[in-house]
Design a binder for this molecule. Structure first.
Ligand code: ANZ
Ligand code: ZN
Length: 854
């Protein structure tokens, strides 16, 4: 009888899987495809058990669907450009590329140690020219279509280091490196016109039935579709009109003032002759330095311009104010304020003593006097009725919106509009470690795209990293100075690089043609393999990454590159594993009575054990970094896998617990020992001579019930209950092993197959020990036979007048006449119908009988 020693078997199977290239997929192979994809990671070098959850989960699905006979693809790559590599270069003098590639090697080893199978023949790293070549190509296609353009946008600028800072490099308004106060500076930068796709990105969310509602809501809010109207308000002193955007044109009779964003282009004209112009301008400067969030969430501030506009319906003059809460980037940067019916306007009016006029009343009751209002009355359904508003009086709000919008259009003072909060995607980064934007500036020809034949524009590797004076690329003479592809004159290259979200917006398609150096990908194959059947990643990517990927997928569709509009059919966001419940790490030593599960040098060890110090160390974030290597050394990868999946449903945060890890280890130990016992018994009786009928009926039934349950639970991401079903089955087998060892082989092999996605190494080893052919991974998933799942008896609930009055047991399958006979005989039920007349009997097959009595 051998002991369960994960150390001895895990590496062996990792090697065998690698040698047999079991995860390598011929994308042309016929069959029902299953495309499994984990969001490709940033190669930071560190993987902790929290990451493990993500990738282990993907591997379980991959193995499961593969055993179910699907052509399963599980590729992996690296989101390898980005700031941390550049920081490492500055701080430690390692080239970003070297740092990145070393981390990739480390992480690859880690994946292997977890027993995760990826199709490495399709590996991509976004920092390689073979990959970013196609980023650049895609950029040129988008540029041709007018979807990439140049425009002005503010950046964080450190006046000391003379460099652009990413948001995460600005701490409390200061440069993270030198502490100088950061200023906003306008720069010409590159954008992708994602706003052209706002409507389709919004409508497309309705087709994603297998996405979490939470994510769809976040995307919907981010896109921010609003239906309303633009309306012109004449400003006599300017000799022109200012256009506002409102979602509530029905309230226009209650618009008692106007508010402009301080950046609004008409502000200069409005305050030109203002006595306090200088003070207002300096206030405007302050507001510009507030973030949009501060402007909308903290105290409202405003300044009166001294000028008036005319409300086009009441013809009254209304004061024009500037307000920090009005944003220039949304709508027209100007609003009509209706303080009685908008809470922000209400607070602003109270603060600056501006007039309030009620124009909506609840269900025809007398409207409140403005002075009595405690807050804005914002109802907008059919219960809200318009008052004090001329032609729309007495209409409910929805009807009033239609009526007044038509009137606005008829008068030619505005039009119905749909606005989106979504802004164009700023893709320029003034940084080195990213994809160079393939553009050239020629004095004579202007902007000239790099010709396709000159791609890729390679990132030069010989650059100095000082962290100062801007992008190191801009100082690389050989990179910057280039001949104009059109006229041959001396020209300059663009030195901005692309946002790394560009890299991750189409990589799911590249995996299908990862080694193709002639084109971005093979359209026919991508059409076959997309959409990704199961996409898995953290909720932190709920908005940007997924939105950009959906956008670029549509843009590629419009370019005729692929036929899909949505890249990911099913999305799952796993939750974190937290440190709560974790042993106090400061103690450094924790005593765990490991009982019979700790093995040292092949011998059981029963004494106390100290936890390796790393296991208690916390990362600077709020999540622990239980080091997977230590865990694997101690208990094996299979234990970690089973534990990670058993700990909680994967969409729930879970608290790490050492006891839980040991519990998982014990379970695997029991399955192992069971196998040894069955093997011992089976040697006495050769397998062929064991007839199906000799398997104890309870075992046979439990096996088929488990097959049925585990398959369904895995597909529903209920991994924890799938594992508990396997634990139950192993207990049932354990109950019979002493007497029936010889006849448990078949059910035990089924258990191993079902356990395989969770504990792949151990199950392969046992499969081999049982003399089965090939790998368990390539064996078919067991099939549940419904006939064999049937219990001997079923329990039927008996109700009298709808109240539970008893239960009866009848042989399975249940027969109605037998049930009725049992109901008649049942003492408890009889006491409830004694002396009454049964007027009706309702039978819900196999479940319930309800007697209606009078
Ligand atoms: C008058 C009004 C009356 C409004 C009322 C609301 C309620 P959503 O739904 O988010 O699209 N608004 C328009 N442009 C703005 C800007 N640049 N900055 C800040 N606020 C702006 O919001 C649209 C509403 O937000 C618009 O409708 C406008 O106020 C305000 F009882 O107009 B409303
Ligand atoms: Zn030129």
């Amino acid at each position: 009888m051998t002991q369960y020693l994960p150390k001895d078997i895990e590496e062996k199977w990792q090697q065998r899987w690698a040698e047999a290239k079991v995860a390598e997929v011929d994308v042309k192979a016929a069959g029902d495809k299953f495309y499994m994809l984990n969001m490709f990671p940033y190669p930071s070098g560190d993987l902790h058990v929290g990451h493990g959850r993500n990738y282990i989960l993907g591997d379980v699905l991959f193995r499961f669907f593969r055993m179910k006979g699907r052509v399963s693809l599980n590729p992996m790559g690296w989101d390898a450009f980005g700031l941390p590599a550049e920081n490492a270069a500055i701080k430690r003098g390692i080239h970003p590329r070297e740092w990145t590639l070393a981390n990739i090697q480390r992480m690859k080893k880690q994946f292997a140690r977890w027993g995760i199978l990826y199709d490495w023949s399709k590996e991509v790293a976004s920092c390689e020219p073979t990959y970013y070549h196609w980023n650049q190509w895609l950029f040129l296609k988008l540029y041709e279509k007018g979807l990439a353009y140049r425009g002005k946008a503010p950046v964080n600028w450190c006046p000391q280091d003379l460099t652009v800072l990413a948001n995460e490099q600005v701490v409390d308004g200061r440069c993270e490196r030198c502490g100088a106060e950061v200023v906003q500076k306008e720069l010409e930068q590159w954008f992708f016109r994602i706003t052209d796709y706002a409507d389709r990105l919004d409508a497309g969310l309705d087709t994603l039935e297998h996405w979490p509602d939470k994510v769809k809501t976040m995307q919907r809010n981010w896109i921010g579709r609003s239906v309303g109207a633009d309306v012109e308000f004449p400003v006599p002193t300017l000799g022109k009109s200012i256009r506002i955007f409102t979602t509530r044109p029905d309230t226009i009779f209650g618009a008692t003032f106007m508010v402009l964003a301080p950046e609004h282009p008409d502000v200069a004209g409005l305050i030109a002759d203002h006595p306090d112009r200088a003070a207002i301008e300096s206030w405007i400067g302050q507001v510009r330095n507030q973030s949009n969030l501060e402007r909308q969430e903290s105290g409202k501030e405003g300044k009166f311009t001294g000028k008036f506009a005319v409300n086009p319906f009441t013809k009254e003059e209304i004061p024009i104010w500037l307000g920090n809460f009005v944003l220039m980037q949304y709508g027209t940067g100007a609003i009509m304020s209706v303080p009685a019916h908008d809470q922000r306007d209400f607070e602003f009016a109270r603060q600056y003593k501006l007039p309030i006029k009620v124009v909506i009343s609840g269900a025809r009751a007398t409207p409140p006097a403005p002075d009595d209002l405690e807050e804005a009355f914002t109802a907008k359904d059919d219960s809200a009725v318009i008052v004090n508003s001329g032609l729309i009086n007495d209409l409910a709000v929805p009807a009033a919106i239609d009526r007044i919008s038509d009137e606005i259009e008829r008068l030619g003072i505005g039009k119905k509009t749909i606005r989106y909060r979504l802004r164009d995607w700023l893709i320029s980064r003034q940084r080195y470690w990213g994809t160079p934007i393939p553009m050239i500036y020629c004095a004579g020809c202007g902007l000239v795209p790099v010709p396709e034949r000159d791609l890729p524009v390679e990132l030069p590797l010989d650059v100095p990293f000082t962290g100062r004076e801007g992008n190191p690329l801009a100082k690389h003479e050989a990179f910057v100075n280039v001949k104009c592809p059109k006229c041959g004159a001396d020209s300059k290259r663009e030195t901005d690089t692309m946002d790394t979200f560009v890299d991750s917006s189409w990589y799911y398609a590249r995996f299908i043609s990862a080694r193709d150096n002639e084109k971005i990908f093979d359209t026919k194959l991508v059409n076959r393999w997309l959409p990704v059947d199961q996409y898995i990643g953290g909720i932190e990517h709920a908005i940007l990454h997924l939105l950009y990927a959906r956008f670029i997928c549509r843009a590629m569709h419009d370019l005729g590159l692929l036929e899909h509009e949505e890249p990911f059919r099913r999305l799952f966001n796993q939750a974190m594993i937290t440190k709560e419940g974790y042993r106090d790490p400061s103690a450094n030593m924790a005593w765990v009575a490991l009982g019979d599960v700790e093995w040292r040098d092949g011998k059981p060890y029963r004494g106390p054990v100290e936890l390796v110090p790393e296991m208690g160390k916390m990362s600077k974030s709020r999540f622990n970094v239980v080091a997977p290597d230590e865990l694997i050394d101690r208990y094996g990868a299979d234990t970690q896998r089973v534990y990670t999946l058993f700990i909680a449903p994967p969409e729930k945060e879970a608290a790490w617990s050492d006891e839980g890890v040991i519990g998982a280890y014990r379970f695997l130990g029991r399955v192992w020992n069971l196998g040894q016992a069955i093997l011992g018994g089976a040697r006495a009786t050769p397998p062929a001579s064991v007839p199906h009928a000799s398997i104890p009926p309870t075992v046979l039934r439990k096996t088929h019930q488990t097959i049925d349950a585990v398959g369904r639970r895995i597909e529903r991401f209920e991994f924890n209950t799938a594992v508990s079903a396997l634990m139950e089955l192993s207990n049932t087998l354990g109950d019979h092993v002493a007497e029936h060892a010889g006849s448990l082989r078949e059910p035990y092999l089924a258990l191993l197959k079902m356990l395989h996605p969770f504990a792949p190494h151990m199950t392969e080893e046992l499969w081999e020990a049982f003399g089965e052919k090939g790998m368990i991974l390539t064996s078919p998933w067991p099939e549940a036979d419904p006939a064999l799942m049937q219990e001997d008896v079923v329990t039927i609930v008996v109700q009298v007048n709808g109240k539970l009055r008893g239960q009866i047991e009848v042989p399975n399958p249940p027969v109605e006449s037998v049930i009725m006979g049992e109901v008649q005989k049942n003492e408890r039920v009889r006491s409830w119908i004694e002396g009454k007349q049964v007027v009706k009997t309702i039978y819900v097959p196999g479940k319930l009988v309800n007697l209606v009595v009078r």
